[in-house]
Design a protein around this ligand. Structure first.
Ligand code: C5P
Length: 331
């Protein structure tokens, strides 16, 4: 009876699974089929399970509103092509397959809003994503943005939501990455409890890394992907070495980064109040003194930043292609 009423993990309305809650530690009488025997205090454990489900609505924010100055191109790097497709689409494609996400907020630069819109809607036509047309009023209400800061192409046709696709909502970026993320944070739907942030220009992230980071965050409230440094790291000023940092304490931070929404929002508000700037999201949470878990990142999860990264990225794509070819053959 309970299973019929449970929400699916993405909060989209269908039933996709069930959580059976047992007392800790799990002690079942020998010979009992797991899942068939009610816990002693059924009501308590059922409400705990429901809580887990209702708390699990996760939205992704993909900041893609940078100018790509270091790339030295007129077009921002997220719109440049890798193997014939814009970098941003490679990223979106991976996110379209992440089961636990209920929606995606894509943050784009103001003057590339229509380019982003046509790119996403072309891709959405035959994929798992769907461009979400919020009315200007709705977006404005959610984000407290000015009219000219909105990127709402039109009003949502009534009843256009369908449970099988993730919605991509476009919103506008700010001057710095943290301004872009802050805009998106305000535009999140009210019932979203968890936020997953991933740079639009990291197109090679795997679904496994996304899921691992999400799972780690759900234990601590915040988690990031990072790799231990393999090079020696020195602090350098005016082309002179200042000091050498202890390498075994240095980790190179990537996205995804996942947070409980209330934690991240508080962290961002506090940072803005104090005029503090940072290049990743976890930094603001650390400043509150809250724990941030680290999960092993991936070497291939590069941030496409320079022209050389495009060459490196094309090579990585051929490797991914080869791997899936050989997996197909093995299968
Ligand atoms: O500049 P950086 O390499 O830190 O950018 C990381 C991600 O943040 C990129 O996907 C970029 O498009 C995005 N970004 C943004 N708004 C900015 C600057 C960067 O959304 N103002």
């Amino acid at each position: 009876e309970l299973s019929g009423r449970l929400l699916d993990p993405a909060g989209n309305g269908g039933t996709r699974g069930m959580i059976i809650a047992f007392p800790q530690p799990l002690r079942l009488p020998r010979g009992t089929e797991p899942g068939l025997r009610p816990a002693p205090n059924l009501f308590f454990y059922c409400s705990f399970a429901l809580d887990c489900l209702l708390m699990s609505k996760t939205c992704a924010i993909i900041p893609a509103a940078g100018r790509g100055v270091r790339m030295g191109n007129a077009k921002p790097k997220q719109f440049l092509e890798l193997s014939g497709r814009p970098i941003l689409l490679h990223t979106l494609e991976t996110f379209s397959r992440v089961d636990f996400l209920s929606g995606i907020l894509l943050v784009v630069p103001k003057d590339f809003c229509s380019e982003a819109e046509s790119l996403v809607s072309r891709y959405c036509a035959d994929n798992l994503l769907r461009l979400c047309y919020l009315s200007k009023e709705e977006l404005q209400e959610r984000c407290s943005l000015h009219e000219d800061e909105l990127c709402a192409p039109g009003a949502a046709p009534a009843g256009s939501w369908d449970g099988s696709r993730k919605f991509v909502t476009l919103t506008l970026g700010g001057t710095e990455r943290q301004d872009s993320v802050f805009n998106a944070l305000q535009a999140l739907p009210g019932d979203c409890q968890w936020v997953l942030i991933h740079d639009g220009v990291r197109p090679f992230v795997s679904s496994i890394l996304i899921e691992n980071t999400w799972k780690a965050a759900r234990k601590t409230g915040a988690a990031i992907a990072a790799l231990p440094a393999t090079d020696t790291v020195k602090r350098v000023r005016d082309a002179r070495v200042g000091e050498t940092l202890p390498r075994d304490e240095i980790w190179l931070v990537q996205t995804p980064q996942v947070f409980r929404k209330d934690i991240l929002l508080t962290a961002y508000l506090e940072a803005r109040r104090q005029g503090c700037s940072g290049t990743d999201d976890a930094f603001f949470v650390e400043r509150l003194g809250l724990p941030v878990a680290v999960v092993p990142g991936e070497r291939s999860n590069i941030k496409v930043t320079t022209q050389e990264d495009l060459v490196w990225g094309s090579f990585l794509l051929t490797q991914v292609g080869r791997q899936s070819d050989s997996a197909d053959k093995v299968g």
